[in-house]
Design a protein around this ligand. Structure first.
Ligand code: GLC
Length: 426
């Protein structure tokens, strides 16, 4: 709306005031009109609920809202498959989904495509959320979703082994590589793994390596390609070195979140890059490594590295049958009471800032301060309507680097060319 002169803006404001907000959270000018006041049953669609915590939360809502009951639709747990299935449903024009739990990575694409409705900012307590997460829910200056869960990568390490060796958890890549190379084999373990199968998880891991080295892939929300740099090459080289020198096991090239978690949890890995949900699973009674591991910020070349900002946002489908109920459900799921349960029952990082400073929660989840710091310093993904193409290009190149088919130099140059084409296309 930058192009609008003052008179135009005043007219628009007047029009919005006249049309009125629906008052239920979904903007009346989103095309819904009176429809945005509709109430009734809902469907909430989400990626796989890995910690099985959502049903009880929805049962409580359903008990209190017998006429607005929510049906949960769980899609596969990989980011890309979830996106593909949601999009195929949204493109078909059916109205099966009302509320969408979308990865922060895809929010701009869904907004630009018109699949989700803009929301009324005042309806949601955005000031109570961690600041960087709110930005992931906006596109083109408008709010299109409400932050629900945030995420930042952590380095999990085997505390029992490092303690026995008199070692501290690694703060730099060199320390990580040395410990992974020397200690892991001594204890019959593999060294280091992350999410290295080509999908959004590999984009995240490669981006983190590049950012940790002080580089970037794109700037200005995708408008400027910056990957052909020494720092970006150093990031890619960290991953390639791990495979070449054997401290990243070949098997890890097929890992998504769950496979890598399992490897660590079974006691097969010394180090793992993964999201905070792993903390609870790996601490559970019966887990091989329960009580024997810790989590620290991701390392970088000369000190702490940088995580990618993960998480998901709740949006109202533009075909929602009952938008007013949809907005209420979003308020419920992002309320402080439910956000606390997102942490305690779902082991997922909440978006409400106050919870990270709650002494009782810090006692129960000692990694909370580390996590808060990692979220606040995490790097958001570009807000590009074509982020899916960007991600595919990054994955393909990172896969070739890790399969040792291309050098980091060749890969960075190729990625710069491909991203240049994508940014020119639109
Ligand atoms: C986690 C993150 C999400 C990311 C995905 C990649 O689900 O929350 O933002 O895109 O992992 O696999």
């Amino acid at each position: 709306m930058r192009w609008m002169h003052a008179a135009g803006r005043a007219l628009l404001v007047a029009a919005v005031v006249l049309a009125g907000y629906a008052g239920f959270g979904v903007r009346a000018d989103a095309g819904g009109g009176a429809a945005s006041e509709r109430r009734g049953p809902l469907t909430l669609v989400t990626a796989g609920d890995l910690t099985d915590y959502l049903s009880p939360l929805l049962d409580d809502w359903n008990r209190d809202h017998p006429d607005e009951r929510v049906t949960l639709v769980e899609l596969p747990d990989s980011a890309d498959e979830t996106r593909a299935q949601m999009i195929s449903e949204l493109r078909s024009g059916r109205d099966r989904f009302d509320v969408l739990n979308i990865d922060v990575a895809w929010t701009s694409e869904f907004a630009a495509a018109g699949w989700i409705s803009p929301l009324e900012r005042d309806r949601f307590p955005l000031d109570a959320f961690l600041r960087p997460v709110v930005d992931t829910a906006t596109f083109d200056g408008r709010l299109y979703a409400v932050p629900y869960v945030t995420n930042a990568g952590l380095l999990y390490y085997r505390k029992d082994i490092l303690d026995r060796e008199g070692e501290q958890p690694p703060r730099t890549w060199a320390e990580l590589a040395r410990q992974a190379r020397t200690l892991a084999p001594k204890y019959g373990l593999d060294g280091y793994a992350g999410q290295f199968l080509p999908y959004e998880g590999l984009t995240v891991n490669a981006t983190e390596a590049v950012h940790s080295a002080g580089g970037s892939i794109l700037r200005d929300d995708g408008a400027r390609v910056t990957v052909d740099s020494d720092a970006a090459r150093a990031g890619l080289r960290f991953l390639a070195d791990g495979v070449r020198d054997g401290w990243i096991p070949r098997e890890a090239l097929g890992y998504k979140e769950e496979e890598s978690r399992q490897a660590f949890q079974d006691g097969r890995l010394l180090f793992l890059r993964n999201w905070p949900y792993v903390y609870a699973d790996a601490s559970a009674e019966g887990a091989n490594v329960a009580g024997r591991f810790g989590a620290v910020p991701l390392p970088g070349p000369a000190g702490p590295g940088a995580s990618v900002l993960g998480g998901s946002n709740l949006a109202v489908s533009s075909r929602a049958r009952h938008p007013a109920s949809a907005a209420d459900l979003i308020s419920y799921l992002t309320s402080e009471r439910v956000q606390r349960r997102v942490l305690t029952e779902g082991s997922l990082p909440p978006v409400r800032a106050a919870l990270y400073e709650d002494p009782e929660l810090i006692r129960a989840y000692p990694y909370l301060p580390t996590l808060r710091q990692s979220v606040l310093s995490a790097v958001p993904r570009p807000k590009s309507p074509r982020y899916d193409q960007v991600s595919l290009a990054v994955q393909a190149v990172a896969q070739d680097v890790m399969a040792l088919r291309q050098t980091p130099e060749q890969a960075a140059a190729r990625l710069a060319r491909e991203l240049g084409t994508i940014s020119r296309r639109g």
